[in-house]
Write a protein that binds this ligand. Structure first.
Ligand code: 6PG
Length: 255
């Protein structure tokens, strides 16, 4: 584990060892939160990288280490497609995790992807404000994010208006013409989390990771704008994703 530009970074031999480390971090935060607050609120991402991590959580020994009745599951972002669509982040998490662990249905706070992006974002914001009563900006116990080749995270894309949002918790975004709309948590919410894990794997991510960590001007790269105000930030990378970071992060426990 080392720190570069104020971000802790851990490099693992491969996606499997990165995923085991992520599952370990998940348990650490659950063990910290549930005794203290009686619950654990997590925001999960879509994409391919977290699949193995979600599947690990659904299997022993991790599964039996968690009181799933205390877990509240939210999404960092969602594609505006029905929940059974292949592109649905809800479906991804349901198939790899929720279908195998006893999280009460009322603790599953999915984005209504079947609605229009505007309606889905509005309904999601209502759910967030109802759950995180009192505070202006929700404090997730853990946010699990990824990074796209273009430096996007959640559905915060480079140059997107959504990056400038300062009061709404969730907003609709239109990634590209012809693509389904999306709903994303905004930067104030992500940067208010108690713990943030960014999971990144594969050679296609190497140049954007290098730019975020070494080219000080990563301001145009949304994943580089994730800087928890009062929380921890940990980037878990596999060797391919870290291959262009010259400042030589030392190996993670699984390197
Ligand atoms: C999504 C994600 C998105 C993802 C990145 C990385 O809905 O697609 O939430 O932000 O984390 O695109 O995706 P990969 O893990 O597939 O590279």
């Amino acid at each position: 584990m080392s720190a570069i530009s104020g971000r802790s970074i851990c490099v693992f031999r491969d996606l499997a060892s990165l995923s085991r480390a992520a599952a370990g971090r998940f348990l650490d935060v659950v063990r910290e939160c549930v005794p203290a607050r009686g619950r654990f609120a997590v925001a999960l991402s879509g994409g391919s990288t977290p699949r193995t991590f979600y599947s690990l959580l659904a299997s022993d020994p991790y599964r039996k280490e968690v009181d799933w009745t205390k877990v509240h599951v939210f999404w960092a972002d969602e594609r505006c497609v029905p929940p059974d669509a292949t592109e649905s982040n809800y479906r991804l998490v349901f198939e790899t995790l929720l279908s195998a662990v006893p999280v009460p249905v009322e603790n599953i706070h999915r984005v209504r992807g079947e609605a229009s992006p505007d309606d889905a974002a509005r309904l999601y914001e209502e759910d967030l404000r109802a759950f995180f009563r009192g505070g202006q900006v929700p404090v997730f116990d853990l946010a699990v994010l990824g990074a796209g080749d273009d430096g996007h995270t959640a559905s915060l894309f480079p140059g997107s208006e959504a990056l400038r949002e300062s009061s709404r918790l969730a907003v609709p975004v239109q990634p590209a013409a012809g693509r389904p709309g999306r709903v994303t948590l905004t930067l104030p919410v992500l940067n208010n989390a108690a713990h943030v894990l960014v999971l990144v794997s594969g050679p296609s991510k190497a140049s954007v990771v290098q730019e975020i960590f070494e080219a000080g001007n990563a301001k145009h790269l949304p994943a580089g704008l994730v800087r928890p105000v009062n929380g921890t930030l940990e980037w878990l990378l596999d060797r391919d994703a870290a291959s262009q970071v010259r400042s030589g992060p030392s190996g993670g426990s699984g390197a």
